[in-house]
Ligand binder design. Structure first.
Ligand SMILES: C[S@@+](CC[C@H](N)C(=O)[O-])C[C@H]1O[C@@H](n2cnc3c(N)ncnc32)[C@H](O)[C@@H]1O
Length: 229
């Protein structure tokens, strides 16, 4: 069933999106990514995407309990019309809101998300916000997909995730990156826990080595840094 629907999407290439002048558009991820997602998702998994389109159909067809966040009611209408004859209309819970409003409220967002696709508003800081408000719900082994990661406003998120211990880059398609959570995020000392700040932490230590008279502070800092190596 899933494969049939995916093949049908490839053949029909439905235009769920629209240009600012209203003419139909298709801003979907590539067919390879659609196939990858549908192979990954198992019935009953809990999934969420920011943005909507062919990915919404693919996730619904894979048997996921899917949440889709987009402010665009026409898109929702078009996708629902496509899902209806396939018997999948109830598989997607649409939240018709901007993700920066919907996600912080948490309303309608499941506690656990096995897969998150970040493909909503692409302007900074939306991709980072979408990640921030979903990442805590992604368990170890769960998937975080970042689309259009070559765009500078999205690349910031990609570069951060590539560098951190909690995320592993599983696969990079042309513009779509698939990450898996490798461990829980534990924040003991805020910024100093993150690899992105490693060099800054080194400089901080060196500065305090020279300036700080506090032996206790330096030994705490050194043991902290030793644990982070
Ligand atoms: C590139 S398209 C998504 C394509 C879709 N993932 C697919 O592969 O078919 C971007 C989507 O983001 C939605 N969007 C725009 N602004 C948004 C916002 N503030 N919050 C959530 N979604 C938004 C658009 O309506 C559109 O559905």
């Amino acid at each position: 069933m899933t494969n049939l629907i995916i093949e049908r999407l490839f053949k029909e290439m439905p235009a769920f999106h629209a240009w600012p002048d209203g003419s139909p558009a298709d801003w979907s991820v590539s067919n390879d990514v659609l196939r990858f997602i549908s192979d990954l998702v198992r019935p009953g998994m809990s999934t969420l995407e920011t943005g909507a389109g062919q990915t919404t159909v693919a996730l619904a067809a894979s048997g996921a309990k899917h949440v889709c966040i987009t402010p665009d009611k026409d898109q929702i209408r078009r996708i629902q019309a496509y899902l209806e004859p396939l018997g999948l209309v109830d598989s997607v819970h649409f939240i018709q809101q901007s993700s920066d409003v919907a996600l912080p409220s948490g309303r309608g967002v499941p506690d656990q998300l096995d897969l998150v696709l970040i493909d909503g508003a692409h302007r900074f800081p939306f991709p980072v916000l979408d990640w921030h408000y979903t990442q805590e719900r992604v368990p170890v082994g769960g998937i975080m997909i970042v689309d259009d990661f070559r765009m500078p406003s999205v690349r910031i998120l990609y570069d951060f995730l590539v560098g951190e211990d909690e995320w592993e880059l599983v696969k990079a398609f042309q513009v779509t990156a698939i990450f898996r959570r490798t461990k829980k995020t534990v924040s003991v000392w805020d910024w100093a826990d993150q690899r992105i700040n490693k060099e800054h932490l080194e400089r901080f230590k060196q500065k305090n080595d020279i300036e700080s008279g506090s032996q206790r502070f330096m030994s705490l800092l050194k043991s902290w840094m030793a644990r982070k190596q």
